[in-house]
Ligand binder design. Structure first.
Ligand SMILES: [Zn+2]
Length: 274
């Protein structure tokens, strides 16, 4: 089984305009048309059984529409959807309770698109409450091509955030997921500073971006039990990433943790049946 823990899609009405905008700002070409059906076609071609969709809320007023759409698509046809929240939303605790009631397993942040540093008090408050009610939290980490001059989730800031969320203690179980193997384009720093911490790293956009030796070094130092296979589809090609993960020099048990067992561990806590 293969579960892709980091994908995107958009409601049909806006998919083509959003994709065009993101292609222009990121200087990249999308591998799907951005719709839900496009994602499902890509999964079928790649042999992916489940995709976790991570919506990003770029303005507080989008909270209701984004989470309603997430709840509609969650749990059907191999699609699992996280919810979203903006650091400038008010009454964040009751909004997180609502996300939990909707049955969504977690929330996604993008500090660059949301214009807030990951160790900002607004994020700390949201993450603290989210993990306390059993939600998972994925954040974009490191460079983003749409914001080349500023990185709002560096390894240093991610560590500060962790420290504040858990009051300097090691979390009992990992609930925070740093995308892009902990920091896009700063893997050496991740190996040095973050590997081994009790959190998950996803592989989104990284598998064809850095050398295999570096990927293996990070996986072995961090622990394959805390790595999630992920593509960032449509910003990477699912089929290509499946063939890369299958070709990496991993043991069978490491590979099965990364491709689906870790993901199942997370998602089964949210009554998502496999
Ligand atoms: Zn993404």
């Amino acid at each position: 089984m293969i579960i892709d823990f980091h994908t995107h899609n958009f409601p049909d009405k806006i998919a083509s305009s959003v994709i065009a905008k993101l292609e222009a700002s990121g200087g990249t070409k999308a591998s799907t048309d951005g719709t839900l059906d496009g994602l499902k076609r890509s999964m079928k071609k790649a042999g992916i059984d489940y995709s976790v969709v991570l919506p990003v809320i770029t303005a507080p007023k989008q909270f209701d529409t984004v989470n309603r759409y997430a709840a509609e698509t969650n749990g059907k046809d191999g699609i699992i959807s996280f919810g979203g929240i903006h650091p400038d939303n008010d009454d964040v605790e009751s909004k997180l309770d609502l996300i939990k009631e909707l049955g969504l397993p977690g929330i996604k942040f993008h500090p660059d698109y949301q214009g807030v540093y990951i160790d900002d008090e607004r994020y700390i408050r949201i993450i603290r409450y989210a993990v306390s009610i059993g939600l998972y939290v994925t954040t974009h980490a490191g460079f983003d091509p749409a914001y080349p001059d500023i990185i709002r989730c560096t390894p240093e800031r991610a560590l500060k955030m962790l420290d504040r969320v858990y009051d300097g203690k090691e979390p009992d179980e990992p609930r925070i997921i740093l995308a892009h193997l902990g920091s896009l384009d700063e893997t050496d720093k991740v190996i040095e500073m973050i590997a081994g911490k009790n959190l998950y790293l996803d592989t989104a956009v990284m598998l064809d971006r850095i050398p295999e030796e570096k990927i293996l070094k990070l996986i072995r130092k961090h622990g394959a039990d805390k790595i999630l296979f992920a593509t960032d589809c449509p910003w990477a090609d699912q089929k290509k990433f499946v063939s890369i993960i299958n070709s990496l020099d991993l043991t069978d048990s490491e590979r099965s943790l990364i491709t689906h067992k870790n993901a199942i561990n997370i998602l089964k806590k949210h009554n998502i049946a496999f």
